[in-house]
Design a protein around this ligand. Structure first.
Ligand SMILES: Nc1ncnc2c1ncn2[C@@H]1O[C@H](COP(=O)(O)OP(=O)(O)OP(=O)(O)O)[C@@H](O)[C@H]1O
Ligand SMILES: [Mg+2]
Length: 240
C-alpha cells in the first residue's frame, strides 16, 4: 500500500469547541499531514482528548472549520482511535482482532492471516482463546492498538496509551508504534510521559486551558519551547 496519509492532510482553522457553556478549545488553527508523529502535550484538563476527538470527527466545531483533504466522513472511516478502555472484555483476544475486519467485510482467509500477524507482533500468540478480561493491563493495551492497526488506518489516534503501564510494557507499545509509523501511518498521540514524548515525537502540539500555545518541531520543543506554559511544563513547574 502507498503512503496515503501524505496526501490526506488536515486543516483546522479558527476552531472553538464549547460544551455546556464551557469553552473546551479556543481558536485552534493547525495543519497536519504526512507520516509524522504528532505528540499532544499539556496539563490535565488542557484539552488534549478533546482536540484528538475533534480531529477524528467526534466533536463538532462551534466556530471555524475543520477539513480533511477528502470528505470528513470518508477520512474518519480510514482512521482509528485508541480510547483508554477500548476492548471488548468478554470476547476472546482473537475475536477482538477479527471484529474490525468483519466490519470491512474482509475475506476470511485474508483476515485470519492478519489476525495471526498481529497476535505475533503483540506477543499475544498462545492467548488468542482467552477472554480479553483475563489479560493484564499492558496486554490489553497492546490488543487495543493491534485492533486499531489491523485495518491499516491512515491516521491512528492514541489517547495516553501507556498510562499505568510499567517500563517494559511501555517499551513494547512504543515498538509497536514504530512499526505502525514505518508503515506510513500518521500517528497522533497524547501523553504525560516526557520520555515517551521525546522518543516518539516529530512535532509537538502544546495545549494549555484550551488554547494551543504552540506546534513545534520536536527537536526545537525539547530544547527550547516557544511558549512560557510549555517551558514551565517541561521544567516540572505548575503551568499558569
Ligand atoms: N462533555 C463535557 N462537558 C463539559 N466539559 C467537558 C466535557 N468534556 C470535557 N470537558 C472539560 O474540558 C476540559 C478539557 O478536557 P480534556 O479531557 O480534553 O482534557 P485533557 O487535556 O485530555 O486532560 P487529561 O490530561 O486529564 O486527560 C476539562 O476541563 C474537562 O472537564
Ligand atoms: Mg485526556
Amino acid at each position: 500500500m502507498s503512503h496515503p496519509s501524505n496526501i490526506f492532510p488536515l486543516k483546522i482553522d479558527g476552531v472553538h469547541v464549547r460544551k455546556r457553556g464551557k469553552v473546551l478549545l479556543s481558536d485552534i488553527s493547525l495543519a497536519l499531514g504526512g507520516d509524522l508523529t504528532t505528540v499532544v502535550m499539556g496539563p490535565n484538563g488542557s484539552g488534549k482528548t478533546t482536540l484528538m476527538r475533534l480531529m477524528h470527527g467526534l466533536e463538532r466545531p462551534r466556530q471555524g472549520s475543520l477539513q480533511w483533504a477528502i470528505p470528513n466522513e470518508q477520512a474518519r472511516s480510514q482512521q482509528s482511535f485508541v480510547f483508554q478502555t477500548p476492548i471488548m472484555m468478554r470476547r476472546r483476544v482473537s475475536e477482538n482482532l477479527r471484529y474490525p475486519l468483519k466490519l470491512i467485510a474482509m475475506p476470511k482467509q485474508e483476515a485470519e492471516t492478519l489476525v495471526e500477524k498481529w497476535l505475533s507482533l503483540t506477543g499475544l500468540s498462545g492467548k488468542e482463546k482467552l477472554p480479553a478480561q483475563f489479560l493484564s493491563g499492558g496486554e490489553r493495551q497492546k490488543l487495543a492498538i493491534a485492533r486499531a492497526m489491523i485495518t491499516k488506518p491512515q491516521v491512528l489516534f492514541l489517547d495516553e496509551p501507556t498510562t499505568n503501564l510499567d517500563g517494559q510494557s511501555t517499551k513494547e507499545i512504543e515498538a509497536l508504534l514504530a512499526t505502525v509509523k514505518a508503515d506510513g501511518t500518521c500517528v497522533v498521540v497524547s501523553t504525560h510521559d516526557l520520555g515517551q514524548a521525546k522518543r516518539l515525537a516529530d512535532q509537538v502540539i502544546f495545549l494549555n486551558k484550551g488554547h494551543m500555545c504552540e506546534m513545534t518541531a520536536a527537536s526545537q520543543f525539547f530544547k527550547k519551547p516557544l511558549s512560557r506554559p510549555a517551558q514551565q511544563y517541561l521544567d516540572g513547574e505548575i503551568v499558569e
